[in-house]
Write a protein that binds this ligand. Structure first.
Ligand code: AGP
Length: 603
């Protein structure tokens, strides 16, 4: 998704470039910035590709005390200089950056701007041309014209607008796309997320949907969707900026894979007391315990985490649980039980597909909990309850530590609910011990990562396609392993319930096709061995990732023994490492795969 950074009241160029670099993880294909030195000079610079291309275009004398910058993840119009932001009106007075999608931009263009000459194919340019139209034809001041445009727009936006006749103001507006207002000493700053500008300030104001503001270097005026002036309290963001740096790692993805044991230990101490009893908000536990059915929603990796969560909630609480793609449930709402409870899994807390479901839940008064890694994120603020994943900033587009954090928090929550409902299996489950063993086991696999690089280089790097197979929780991990491999290495990969392959897809197996088999399910281990033989007899190159109690001599990766419920914590780590090494050895940008964004804030 696009990234935005704006600042008023201090030298802007380097600050914006640095902020945009910190937002690169969101994914983009072009970048641009507008600068004004408040002494009559202004500069507009845009470039396709990486931020360094923008930096190379900026000359040393181009400076500003006000600036707005943008990294664009193309939705309307190809990645070209003209389509890059900031966009401007015909008179080059107004400059606008935008993260989001304007659904009715063509209607607005036809109705109000038929005689306007456009420079770009974007939806965003319609907004800035409309501001100019209302200023010039209705003699409105810029803030009033901006608010008038916002009333006409349908869609998602995080806007920053500068009028070069009053350049010491930044006008901003937010709806469904993330935006934070940072308060500095003699300056104010706006960005898509707090992490990107933590080096400037830790004091932030959360903006709500429908908010519009007029910000100067030492003031801010905020109005809500109803047009009322509001004075939201500022809060301190206490993330350690170094946690969002690569340190000595070549890529964030490997750093974040390596951080997983520490995250699991952190979650154990955060949500379990010294006796291993969960310590969640009792109102939340009581509310979920009233449910006769749980509904888990997510996208991508978070959806896969929900597959594992289903097993946890059903086994430990006895409450039937279903898992749905957010994007499907948003428009084909699930049939509800009498007492439903919704659980949203979302690392970013900004996924538009998931937000649609949460909006519908709120309309129907369905209680909802969000598990997220980002404090103050939209889905966190809009749910009745929220639990933080505490995984630390996850920068790589490919989600790894947030996935295992989602497993851990779901397991801890399931134990809490099970104990509240006096379920014997939950009471007896020594979760503190199991999480400690899981962290230890994950560490041992991480310490032996060289083996995974060898396998990736030998069996995956030159492959066109690959398959993951598994049963039970191994099937849930097979789905996640397949997504990891394809999204960072571009190797077409499918995750399959092991027995399903022979119902059609086995026709794709040919000499040398990589099939990665996961065996950590005691009930079906033998059956999956049979499925391995089926594909091997048709030429497949099998990589077997097996729990030690099921291992045989020729298995490739043998995992430390663990309780079945926590086996996904171990089984997933080799799949993450195989994906990482396949991508790295193909010379790809592991952290920023093509076409992808870290936070998908469009539907
Ligand atoms: C996972 O590696 C992907 N980056 C993607 O599938 C991601 O999990 C999905 O977009 C959901 O994001 P969220 O957890 O922030 O909602």
């Amino acid at each position: 998704m696009c990234g935005i950074v704006g600042v008023v009241g201090k030298p802007a160029k380097e600050l914006i470039l640095n902020g945009l670099r910190n937002l690169e993880y969101r994914g983009y294909d072009s970048a641009g910035m507008y600068l004004n030195d408040l002494a009559g000079h202004e500069y507009l610079t845009k470039a396709v590709g990486r931020i360094k291309n923008l930096e190379e275009k900026l000359t040393p004398d181009e400076q500003g005390l006000v600036g707005i910058g943008h990294t664009r993840w193309a939705t309307h119009g190809k990645p070209t200089v003209d389509n890059a932001h900031p966009h401007f009106d015909e008179t080059k007075r107004f400059f606008l950056v935008h993260n989001g999608v304007l659904e009715n931009y063509l209607d607005l263009k036809a109705k109000y701007l038929a005689d306007t000459t456009f420079k770009s194919d974007t939806d965003t340019e319609v907004a800035v041309q409309l501001v100019a139209k209302f200023v010039y034809t209705e003699h409105l001041d810029t803030f009033t014209a901006f608010k008038k445009v916002l009333k006409l727009i349908r869609g998602s936006y995080a806007f920053l607008l500068v009028d070069n006749t009053e350049p010491d103001h930044i006008f901003l507006a937010k709806n469904k796309s993330p935006m934070m207002l940072g308060l500095g000493d003699g300056f104010n700053i706006v960005a898509s997320d707090a992490i990107s500008v933590l080096d400037q300030t830790r004091k932030f104001i959360d903006l709500n949907d429908g908010d519009v503001a007029d910000v100067t270097k030492d003031s801010y005026h905020i109005e809500n969707a109803a047009g009322e002036v509001v004075h939201p309290a500022a809060h301190i963001v206490d993330i350690d900026p170094s946690a969002a740096s690569k340190g000595t790692y070549e890529f964030y993805m490997l750093k974040e894979i390596d951080e997983q044991p520490a995250v699991i230990r952190r979650l154990s101490s955060a949500y379990l007391d010294e006796n291993g009893q969960p310590k969640f908000d009792q109102k939340l536990v009581a509310a979920i315990s009233k449910a006769d059915r749980l509904y888990i929603f997510g996208a991508g990796t978070s959806y896969h985490a929900g597959f594992v969560g289903k097993e946890y909630f059903e086994k430990l609480t006895g409450i039937p649980t279903e898992v749905d793609y957010s994007s499907e449930a948003g428009y084909h709402f699930p049939m509800l039980s009498k007492h439903p409870f919704f659980i949203f899994l979302t690392q970013s807390g900004e996924t538009a597909d998931s937000r649609v479901v949460l909006q519908e839940a709120r309309k129907r008064n369905i209680p909802a909990l969000t598990l997220t890694n980002v404090q103050g994120s939209t889905l966190s603020r809009e749910a009745n309850y929220t639990i933080l994943l505490k995984a630390g900033p996850e920068i790589a587009v490919a989600s790894t530590k947030a996935y295992t954090a989602q497993l851990a928090v779901q397991l801890e929550l399931a134990k809490a609910i099970g104990c509240y409902l006096k379920q014997e299996v939950a009471i007896k489950f020594d979760l503190k011990k199991q999480l400690a063993l899981a962290a230890e086991g994950m560490q041992r696999i991480i310490d032996g990562k060289a083996q995974l690089e060898t396998l990736a280089k030998a069996d995956l790097v030159h492959s066109r396609n690959a398959f993951y197979i598994g049963r039970g929780l191994d099937y849930a991990v097979a789905l996640e392993g397949a997504l990891k491999l394809k999204e960072v290495s571009y190797i077409q990969t499918e995750g399959f319930a092991a027995a399903e392959l022979k119902h059609g897809t086995i026709s794709l197996i040919e000499q040398g096709t990589p099939v990665i088999a996961l065996i950590n399910d005691p009930v079906t281990a033998g059956l999956t061995r049979g499925n391995i033989r089926e594909v091997e007899s048709r030429g497949a190159k099998v990589i077997s990732i097996v729990g030690s109690e099921f291992a045989v001599d020729h298995d490739d990766i043998v995992l430390p023994a663990t309780d079945y419920l926590v086996s996904p914590f171990l089984t997933v780590v080799p799949t993450q490492l195989l994906a990482y090494y396949a991508s790295k050895n193909k010379g790809l940008d592991v952290d920023k795969p093509r076409n992808l964004a870290k936070s998908v804030t469009v539907e």
